[in-house]
Design a protein around this ligand. Structure first.
Ligand SMILES: [Zn+2]
Length: 337
């Protein structure tokens, strides 16, 4: 099944809004110190890949507007400036690629970067927009630049067939070389449990991917899947063909890798995000939050009866998919799956 085969209503819900999507303040480790962060999501025309095809787990097109104008983006920048309170880390996102000139015109990108007085500035992009020329201009505007790339997995089969990512691991590696050449830092987002992988396959894939991208100048950020509205994955989830990862799986990965990493908290402990039985979730999420803050070893987490269920689930999951598939076959959505 190709994401283009999903009903259009599940993959395109763009808006006509012209304002910022969001800004928020937080904390993150920088050179061993807990540092204040300011994150911005600009509402742009959105990811070019989402117009052509799109990733299976992505619902960010709901935060974009195909008719956005440069004046709107300039107003969003003014608004973001007014909310900025001198934080040392500024993270700039669009629901696409900051380095895509069709999304953020280069002159505007330059003024955005020079607007904040931060020690570290993070911008996110797909790897094909990373070039020495673009990075040279950008590194001039900021103290330290960090290029964030949503790689998701270092396995080309997973990238192509599970995520429909539209690029290969080798594209990421090319971009990584250019980033390091420009003396910029890298941030790599990896996904826990892409669609169409079992729980155990997803754990193995993430551990393999962490090992493949590890580098002193690379911040590894783990995104446990959070089922986004109007993503193709939401359709699978609603048809009971997908369960978000267990928190036990996340702990398993943290336990088996000794790398420094950031864990995204989006949706943790919720029905659409990584969750366990509902009883033990809040304690584990709190432990994960503390882990993200100081990177210390996770405190001993009291065991819950659902850990045995998780083990059983990992063994039974392939058969559960089969059962779900049978349900689908007798359903009017047959044509889409
Ligand atoms: Zn539990």
């Amino acid at each position: 099944m190709h994401p283009d085969d999903f009903p259009k209503r599940f993959r395109d819900k763009r808006s006509d809004k012209t304002n910022l999507v969001a800004t928020w303040q937080g904390e993150e480790m920088l050179k061993g110190e807990l540092t204040d962060t300011f994150a911005i999501i600009f509402r742009t025309r959105g990811c070019s890949w989402s117009y052509r095809s799109g990733c299976t787990m992505c619902g960010y097109h709901t935060d974009t507007n195909p008719r956005i104008e440069i004046g709107d983006l300039e107003r969003q920048l003014e608004e973001a400036r007014s909310r900025y309170d001198g934080e040392d880390i500024v993270k700039i996102y669009t629901s696409g690629s900051f380095l895509d000139p069709n999304e953020v015109p280069p002159d505007l990108a330059t003024s955005i970067l020079s607007s904040f007085d931060s020690k570290l500035t993070v911008v996110e992009t797909r790897p094909q927009y990373v070039s020495p020329e673009v990075l040279d201009t950008m590194t001039d505007q900021v103290d330290q630049l960090e290029i964030a790339i949503g790689l998701e997995s270092a396995n080309d089969f997973v990238l192509e067939h599970c995520i429909n990512k539209g690029f290969k691991f080798s594209d990421y590696k090319k971009a990584r070389e250019i980033v390091f050449e420009a003396n910029a830092r890298l941030r790599t987002y990896l996904l826990l449990k892409p669609p169409f992988l079992t729980e155990q396959e997803a754990i193995d894939d993430l551990i393999y991917s962490i090992g493949s991208v590890s580098h002193p100048m690379n911040t590894i950020s783990i995104n446990p899947v959070n089922v986004q509205r109007y993503s193709p994955l939401e359709l699978l989830w609603k048809r009971k063909l997908y369960r978000p990862p267990w928190l036990w799986s996340l702990l398993d990965v943290i336990d088996k890798t000794d790398k420094e990493m950031v864990i995204s908290r989006a949706g943790l402990g919720s029905f659409r995000g990584a969750h366990n039985c509902g009883e033990c979730d809040s304690n584990i999420v709190e432990a994960i939050n503390n882990f993200t803050k100081d990177n210390s070893i996770l405190e001993e987490i009291s065991n819950c009866g659902c850990k045995d269920k998780w083990r059983a689930y990992k063994e039974l999951e392939p058969y559960m998919y089969f059962r779900g598939t049978l349900e689908i076959l007798s359903d009017r959505y047959t044509g889409y799956l």
